[in-house]
Design a protein around this ligand. Structure first.
Ligand code: TRP
Length: 333
C-alpha cells in the first residue's frame, strides 16, 4: 500500500473551507492508502504565538480531526516525534540558502507580518520551515502528499532535497513524494465572496464547523449574494459559493433543482439559503455529536493520541537510524 502523509497547523477553529478543502479528502484517502496525518505544532512556532494557545489549539485540532473521521492510529502530534526536527537539521545541510530564498510563502508571510508591524520579528524558523516540511514528508517515506496548490513549491523542494540527499550519500534512500491535488471544493467567505474562506480575514469570513448551529444558519442566511459588480448574465461569486456548498455537501438533488430555477430566472435567494443552511447543518451535525462525545472523555482521547504518536514515532526513529548511518553520524546505542 502506498504511503500518504499530510500535516495541518493547529490554528484554532476548523471552518468549512478547511473541511471541504482538505480534511474530508484526508478522511477518504484512509480507505485507499496507508495514511499518516500530523498536527504540526512545530510549524506554528514560526509565526508569533502564545505558548498556552498553541498547546490548546493543538489538542483542539486533534479532537476536530478525530470528530471528522480521521482514525486515531493515523494521527500524531508533530512535537511528540522530535525526530522531525533532527531530520530537518540533516536536510537543511543539503538545502541551499538560495532555494529557500525563492519560497514564495516566506515572502507572503513576511509581508503579512510587516503589514501590521513595521518592526515585525521575522524568525529564521519561518525561513527554514520548508525544510521541516520536507522532513515531515520524507521521514515516513511518503509516496503522496495531499496538499493545496499553495504548497506546491514546498513539495517540489521536498523532492529536490530527497534527490540531493540520495545523490550525496550514494543511495536511492528517500522516495520522491508526489503531490496529490485532489479536486476539492473552494469555499469562499460568506461576508466577502471575492475572497477564500479564511480565519485571517476575521470572524465573519469563516463558518466554524464546531461553533453554534444557529450561528452557522445565520451566517448562511446573511451571506452576500449580489456584490453589484457582476456582469449581467453571470452568476455572482456569492451565489456560486452557495451552490458550491450544496454540491460539497453532496445535496445534488437540491443543487440541480435550484440551478434549474436559477436558469429559469425564478430563483429566490432566500430559498437557496434556506436549503444551504439546512444541508450544511445536517452535514455537520453528526461531526459535532462525535466531537461532544470525544470531549466527554478528554483524558482517554489524549492518552490514545499519545499512544498513536509513540507508535508513529517508531517509524521515524527507524528512518533516523538509517540516516545516521548514511550521513556519517555516530549511531545511537
Ligand atoms: N505547510 C503546510 C501548511 O501550512 C502544513 C504542513 C506541514 C504540511 N508539514 C506538512 C503539509 C507536510 C503536507 C505535508 O498548510
Amino acid at each position: 500500500m502506498k504511503n500518504v502523509l499530510s500535516g495541518i497547523q493547529p490554528t484554532g477553529d476548523m471552518h468549512l473551507g478547511n473541511y471541504f478543502g482538505a480534511v474530508q479528502n484526508w478522511v477518504r484517502l484512509q480507505e485507499q492508502y496507508h495514511c499518516t496525518y500530523g498536527v504540526v505544532d512545530y510549524h506554528s512556532m514560526t509565526m508569533p504565538y502564545k505558548a498556552d494557545t498553541l498547546r490548546e489549539n493543538t489538542w483542539k485540532m486533534v479532537f476536530y480531526l478525530l470528530a471528522c473521521g480521521i482514525k486515531s492510529e493515523n494521527l500524531f502530534i508533530q512535537s511528540l516525534v522530535p525526530e522531525h526536527v533532527e531530520l530537518s537539521w540533516v536536510l537543511g545541510c543539503v538545502t541551499s540558502y538560495g532555494e529557500l530564498s525563492r519560497m514564495t510563502q516566506f515572502k507572503d508571510k513576511t509581508d503579512q507580518l510587516f503589514e501590521t508591524d513595521n518592526d515585525a520579528f521575522v524568525s529564521s524558523g519561518l525561513f527554514v520551515y520548508p525544510v521541516l516540511q520536507a522532513a515531515d514528508i520524507l521521514i515516513y517515506h511518503a509516496d503522496y502528499v495531499p496538499v493545496g496548490k499553495d504548497q506546491q513549491q514546498h513539495l517540489e523542494l521536498s523532492r529536490d532535497v530527497a534527490h540531493r540527499f540520495n545523490r550525496q550519500f550514494g543511495k536511492e534512500y528517500f522516495r520522491h513524494p508526489e503531490p496529490l491535488f485532489t479536486e476539492t471544493p473552494k469555499i469562499l467567505s460568506p461576508a466577502d465572496p471575492t475572497k477564500k474562506m479564511s480565519k485571517s480575514l476575521g470572524e465573519k469570513h469563516y463558518i466554524n464547523l464546531f461553533g453554534e448551529e444557529d450561528r452557522i444558519r445565520k451566517q448562511i442566511k446573511s451571506a452576500v449574494t449580489d456584490t453589484g459588480d457582476t456582469p449581467a448574465g453571470q452568476m455572482s461569486p456569492g451565489v456560486q459559493n452557495l451552490f458550491e456548498l450544496l454540491r460539497a455537501c453532496g445535496n445534488l438533488t437540491a443543487h440541480d433543482a435550484l440551478m434549474a430555477d436559477y436558469r429559469a430566472g425564478a430563483l429566490k435567494y432566500s430559498d437557496l439559503k434556506e436549503e444551504v443552511a439546512h444541508t450544511v447543518v445536517a452535514l455537520v451535525h453528526p461531526l459535532r455529536e462525535r466531537y461532544a462525545e470525544l470531549n466527554a472523555d478528554k483524558r482517554a482521547v489524549k492518552a490514545q493520541i499519545q499512544e498513536s504518536s509513540a507508535e508513529i514515532r517508531k517509524r521515524a526513529q527507524q528512518t533516523m537510524r538509517e540516516v545516521r548511518e548514511l550521513t556519517g553520524l555516530v549511531g545511537m546505542k
